[in-house]
Design a protein. Structure first.
Length: 214
């Protein structure tokens, strides 16, 4: 009887924690209409044959405005800018002096960016992802998002949220691709609904840069 009580209590606690994670994601999407943060990213390639797993790190800044606008500015170790202006997704590699543009509507549906910047509400997000609560870890609430589209390169995304009043804070994204590569983005200095400059999500290819349209 005692073991049964402990097991029942554990299940109930897990369900309550799960509900909290989903509610936090819903609250974040609903209330965080814009945001700004610093980020670090660690990408880990899986071990293969005799080769051990390898990791590389980068860092930069991130801004978003819902729905569908964001800017990632990678500063270290190599400068790169990714901008979604609502119509076009731009990628500028400074070292290569190369700009790649893609139609945004055909690119962002089942991507990590959709989880934090594109969807106007939880229901819209559920059109592209199966969402389920994951156990709390490292002081964060986690939601596991699995793309409904099976042909893409994204296997799953875990969204880590830090409970705060009145708006939960985006703390981490853990991305697993179909090749087994794992990417962990950790956010700091998070600002919710800051006043962003009008040209934050504007991008014009620099003069002399090679332009590739896809």
């Amino acid at each position: 009887m005692k073991k049964l009580f402990i097991l029942t209590a554990t299940i109930c606690c897990a369900q309550l924690a799960g509900a909290g994670a989903m509610e936090s994601l819903d609250a974040f999407i609903h209330h965080a209409q814009s945001g700004r943060a610093a980020f670090t990213q660690v990408v880990t390639a899986p071990a293969r044959d005799t080769q051990a797993a390898r990791s590389k790190s980068s860092s930069g800044t991130f801004e978003f405005s819902r729905p569908g606008k964001f800017r990632f500015h990678y500063q270290k170790p190599f400068e790169q800018t990714i901008v979604a202006d609502g119509q076009t997704l731009w990628l500028f590699d400074v070292d290569l002096n190369q700009v790649t543009s893609r139609k945004q509507s055909a690119t962002l549906g089942s991507t990590p960016a959709a989880l934090i910047a594109s969807a106007p509400d939880l229901r819209a997000l559920q059109a592209d992802f199966v969402l389920q609560a994951a156990p709390d870890k490292d002081g964060l609430q986690w939601v596991l998002a699995t793309p409904k589209a099976k042909e893409g390169q994204l296997q799953s995304v875990r969204v880590g949220l830090r409970a705060k009043d009145p708006v939960p804070e985006l703390a981490a994204l853990e991305i697993l691709d179909s090749f087994g590569q794992r990417s962990l983005l950790s956010f700091s200095q998070v600002e919710i609904n800051p006043k962003l400059a009008a040209d934050t999500f504007s991008f014009k290819p620099p003069a002399g840069a090679e332009l590739l349209r896809q």
